[in-house]
Ligand binder design. Structure first.
Ligand SMILES: N=CN[C@@H](CCC(=O)O)C(=O)O
Ligand SMILES: [Zn+2]
Length: 413
């Protein structure tokens, strides 16, 4: 068994004996050990404590790594992304700067349909290689686990192609990856006036193959005005659930879509976005086991009001943070920026943001028993920071790269 002893850790962050989803005021509790050591056996956390208590004899044959005053955090758990896409959309970014609205751009064939056209034309190998390079970049930015959605296919072949790419990424990457089927991202052009026809295709043509080939862990629907209604969302999610896929819903992004309430009723793992919330939606979420996943970089990029993180936490909700990495509304998968933006713009405490981007992110992918905290028996997926004066410095100095090294399942990158 290969053992590694990491010494001289200024702060070992999010150290827990046992874990569960954190809600409300629990999010502000971030247990740390100052001046710590950490022991890793193979890919697993095997021990930790204060430097003066390093178990000298027992680990004499252990390889030692001196953290030299850097701090160690669990790697980020990014529970909402669209990392497989064929092309960037910076031309739409410039249209928006010039004053065009999302609707104007969609009318010009832009938006999700633009990504869908390009994805359907792209060979599977190219999509895989592009997504592989993105995962490589994200892992160096400290992401250790990631959820990836389909939803830029919108045809049977396109959706299956995306999910097969995600399956291949799962098989080959050291990162922990979960796959979500988002066939209900928007209505393709040819079904513009035949919504039921597309829903039938999702249910009858796509879901049975996805289930047979085990291509997805979750089902997602963009529940939004002009996209999928609450009734359509429930219908599609229930069809997915009949195939063993649990729901994770795009909810309350642009309007009070009822997506949160539908998700809660269905027992969704998470409802995601939540830019546009009222008291009814907040209370529904607070009294459920569904995690509310906030995507602040999407609000930032679309110049929308940020998610009401304080109201959600004060109401007792379980909150996760994710990047929403996609070419249209969040062309960044940098979780360090997500954490900083959550503190700066949503007034989350650094402790709350780190918990939401690690432990609760892991639970939003049902990986809470494997990742998201420094816990004996969990995977050793870690961020080693450069020496920083305090934990709050990490989101405060949002423009600096404060990562020294990243470890994924016991291996330094
Ligand atoms: N809101 C829906 N879907 C994506 C954006 C899709 C796109 O514009 O390509 C999101 O989560 O933000
Ligand atoms: Zn999304």
């Amino acid at each position: 068994m290969a053992s590694l002893l990491i010494t001289n850790i200024r702060q070992l962050v999010n150290v827990r004996e046992q874990t569960a989803v954190l809600r409300g005021s629990q999010l502000a509790q971030l247990p740390c050990i100052d001046n710590a050591y950490l022991i890793i056996e193979d890919d697993t956390v095997a021990g930790h404590g204060r430097m003066e208590d390093v178990p000298k004899g027992k680990f004499s044959s252990t390889h030692t790594f001196d953290a030299a005053g850097g701090s160690v955090l669990p790697a980020w758990c990014d529970s909402h992304t669209h990392t497989v896409f064929a092309a960037s959309r910076e031309e739409e970014f410039v249209y928006k700067i010039r004053g065009m609205s999302y609707a104007d751009i969609a009318a010009k064939g832009g938006g999700i349909l633009n990504s869908a056209r390009k994805l359907n034309d792209a060979p599977e190998d190219l999509l895989f290689n592009q997504a592989w390079a993105r995962l490589d970049e994200l892992s160096k930015l400290g992401t250790g686990a990631i959820e990836i959605k389909s939803g830029y296919g919108l045809t049977v072949e396109g959706e299956l192609k995306m999910l097969r790419v995600i399956k291949k990424l799962k098989e080959r990457s050291g990162l922990s990856i979960k796959a979500t089927f988002l066939g209900a991202h928007t209505y393709p052009q040819e079904y513009k006036s035949n919504h039921q026809g597309y829903i039938d295709s999702i249910i009858k043509d796509m879901l049975p193959v996805i289930a047979r080939e085990k291509l997805a862990d979750y089902i997602d629907v963009f529940c939004e005005e002009g996209f999928f209604s609450p009734e359509e969302t429930a219908l599609i999610c229930k069809a997915g659930m009949a195939h063993g896929l649990k729901p994770k819903i795009h909810a309350n992004q642009l309007h009070l879509s009822q997506g949160t309430q539908v998700g809660v009723k269905l027992g969704a793992i998470s409802v995601d976005h939540l830019e546009t919330m009222d008291e009814d939606a907040i209370q529904a979420l607070a009294h459920s086991n569904t995690i509310g996943t906030l995507l602040p970089t999407a609000a930032f990029f679309l110049r929308m009001p940020f998610q009401p993180a304080r109201a959600l936490i004060d109401a007792g909700c379980a909150i996760a943070l994710a990047s929403d990495f996609n070419p249209g509304s969040s062309p960044s998968g940098n979780m360090n920026l997500v954490v900083a933006m959550s503190c700066i713009q949503m007034k989350m405490l650094p402790e709350e943001a780190i918990n939401a981007a690690t432990l609760n992110g892991a639970y939003a992918m049902e990986l809470g028993q494997e990742l998201g905290s420094i816990t004996i028996g969990k995977k050793a997926s870690l961020i080693l920071t450069k020496p920083i004066p305090s934990l709050a410095y990490y989101p405060y100095a949002f423009g600096s790269n404060l990562i020294d090294k990243v470890m994924i399942k016991g291996e330094w990158l």
